[in-house]
Structures are given as structure tokens and as C-alpha cells.
Design a binder for this molecule. Structure first.
Ligand SMILES: Nc1ncnc2c1ncn2[C@@H]1O[C@H](COP(=O)(O)OP(=O)(O)O)[C@@H](O)[C@H]1O
Ligand SMILES: [Mg+2]
Length: 202
């Protein structure tokens, strides 16, 4: 991370900008904000392009979700439920990459509930699959926005980069899984990841 920041902030025209004066300080801070935003996009695209082939191993779903929820804890106004059944549910996946998928879904749910609400994370066995759902009670997704949310660089947020879901979708596809979404405007959204369960006989 951060590989692009040095290059952009040391960009010669910006470094040579004259010392702050009443006339140029507003423009300078605008440029610096734009550079910081471009830097975030470049860094995220770099990370996306370098995603390695998933290293599959048995991943305990409960532990993985708890770790992600601890690092990306929803704010106090968001009530959190975690339900994993059976508790030893296990998927075949790349632990690091699955954590990226879950973290993106948790962060999006958090963003969708600026006034607080409820995030319900559920993992259940479905035969040879495990379904992991993130259900929020947030703003929901308008029908005209829904078809675009998996597209790279598509965001409806003022400071959004629009890569979280496309990265999540790409990782899930590389695991031969699926990512689906249902949403009701003003009521909330549910994102569900389906992955192959571990072969318990092996
Ligand atoms: N849980 C959610 N509730 C409402 N809208 C969502 C949710 N998750 C994703 N979205 C929509 O999908 C868009 C793309 O999400 P994402 O790829 O993570 O990019 P970003 O979070 O940077 O905007 C968001 O800008 C938002 O419009
Ligand atoms: Mg996001």
C-alpha cells in the first residue's frame, strides 16, 4: 500500500507551487485533495491488479467473521448480530482474500446506516455450500443503481472509490462461489456470498 503516494505528492508541478498566499491557498488545497483522492484510486487499483491466485485451505467461518467484525466494528448506533450454524462451519478458501470480501461488505453496510440500524451476519450450511449473508437495515439501493454496483469505479458516495464490490466479486468468482444482492429502498440490503464447504471427510 501507499506506493503511489510518494510519487504523486512529489509531483514536480505541485512541489514547485509558490508559498501560500490568500489567492493561491484555496487552489492549492483543492489540488492536494484531488491528488489524495487520485492516490487512493491508484493504490486500490494496484492492489486489485496484484491479487494473487487464492491459496485454498479450510477456513473456519466463525473465527474469520469475528476477526473481520472486530477490525471493522460498526459504530455504536449499529446493533450487530452474528449467527453461525453449525458453529464449526468451514469453507475452502484463501483466508486473507475472504477477509477482504467480508470487510468490504461490512464497511458498505456501515456506510448504508449513517443514522444507525442493524447488521445481521448469518452463515449457514446449504449442502455442499456455505451461505454467508450480510443484512443491513440501511438506505437500500435504488433499482437504477443496482445493476451497476459490481462495476469497477462505480460509487454513489462522495468519497467512494467504487472498487470494494468489484474486488469482492472477483475474489468470490476465483473461489468458484457467487455473490448475490437483494435490496429494498429505505429498508436495507442483503449481500450473500456462497462458497464451497470444506470436505469434512478429508
Ligand atoms: N449495503 C449497501 N447498501 C446500500 N448501497 C450499497 C451497499 N453496498 C454497496 N452499495 C452501493 O454500491 C456502490 C459500490 O460499492 P463499492 O464497490 O463498495 O464502492 P464504494 O463503497 O467505494 O462506493 C456504493 O457506492 C453504493 O451505492
Ligand atoms: Mg465499499
Amino acid at each position: 500500500m501507499g506506493g503511489a503516494s510518494g510519487r504523486l505528492t512529489a509531483w514536480p508541478p505541485l512541489a514547485k507551487w509558490p508559498a501560500a498566499s490568500p489567492t493561491n491557498c484555496a487552489s492549492r488545497s483543492t489540488i492536494e485533495r484531488q491528488v489524495a483522492a487520485a492516490d487512493r484510486v491508484i493504490t486500490a487499483l494496484n492492489d486489485f491488479a496484484r491479487l494473487p491466485i487464492p491459496q485454498l485451505e479450510p477456513v473456519g467461518v466463525d473465527t474469520c467473521l469475528r476477526e473481520v467484525l472486530e477490525i471493522n466494528a460498526p459504530p455504536p448506533g449499529v446493533e450487530l448480530d452474528l449467527f453461525v450454524n453449525p458453529p464449526d462451519l468451514c469453507v475452502l478458501g484463501d483466508r486473507t482474500q475472504l477477509a477482504i470480501v467480508f470487510a468490504n461488505l461490512v464497511r458498505n453496510a456501515r456506510d448504508a446506516m449513517p443514522e444507525g440500524g442493524r447488521l445481521r451476519v448469518t452463515a449457514v450450511g446449504e449442502g455442499e455450500l456455505v451461505a454467508i449473508s450480510f443484512e443491513d437495515s440501511g438506505v437500500g439501493i435504488p433499482p437504477d443503481v443496482l445493476p451497476h454496483i459490481l462495476e469497477p469505479l462505480y460509487s454513489t458516495k462522495a468519497k467512494g472509490i467504487g472498487l470494494g464490490l468489484s474486488i469482492a466479486h472477483d475474489i468470490v468468482r476465483r473461489h468458484h462461489g457467487t455473490l448475490t444482492v437483494t435490496s429494498q429502498l429505505g429498508k436495507g440490503s442483503t449481500f450473500t456470498v456462497r462458497l464451497n464447504a470444506c470436505d469434512r471427510s478429508s
